[in-house]
Design a protein around this ligand. Sequence first.
Ligand code: SAM
Length: 205
Amino acid sequence: MSGSRFREVFYGDFSFYVFDGVYEPAEDTFLIADNLDVRYGERVLDVGTGCGVLAVLSAVNASWVLATDINPVAVKCAKVNARRNGVSDKIEFLCCDLFEPIIKEPVFDLVLFNAPYLPVEEEKPKNWIDYAWHGGRLGREVIDRFLAEAFDYLRHGGRILLVQSSLSNAEETLLKLRKRGYKTEIIDERPSFFERIFLIESIKP
Ligand SMILES: C[S@@+](CC[C@H](N)C(=O)[O-])C[C@H]1O[C@@H](n2cnc3c(N)ncnc32)[C@H](O)[C@@H]1O
């Protein structure tokens, strides 16, 4: 671990190191994890992988997982966790802003995003960990960029699982997805600190 400071988090039989500067799995992570239904052989894109928890869980059934994060410390941490949990042969990692370097082809069966969804006054994140929750002034900045692009990477019948909060207008997300023709519903929700968090599932026609 060469000097890195970290905590350890468990989910079922899996364990994850969480380096300083990386989002520690919380209610929103577990909202997706508890509803994760990766079918055998599927291809999964985990956007904003953090410590890699959803990518690792997906890799059990998936044939291939692409895990991305804008935070280089998160990508490093997720790589370590893929190795520790014995699934590194199935996961590739990219440090990037959303889909930026990924070839625009509809190859994924499932796209996951536990998005940064909090409304924040500061214009820009101040450090890497801020990227985990910094959703811009209305909490929608990253979510809206994600919604504008995700469609192009999903095959027909493919699903998106997106977590967001009542603080950043989940209704607007439902509306935007339905306008694009997705069959969209809230499939689970939970209370969080000052808000409710929603898990939105969308199926591409
Ligand atoms: C709420 S955390 C979720 C982390 C992990 N998926 C989980 O569920 O525990 C959001 C993650 O998205 C990443 N992120 C924020 N903006 C991003 C962007 N534009 N492109 C890629 N990743 C981003 C953050 O660095 C952070 O790791």
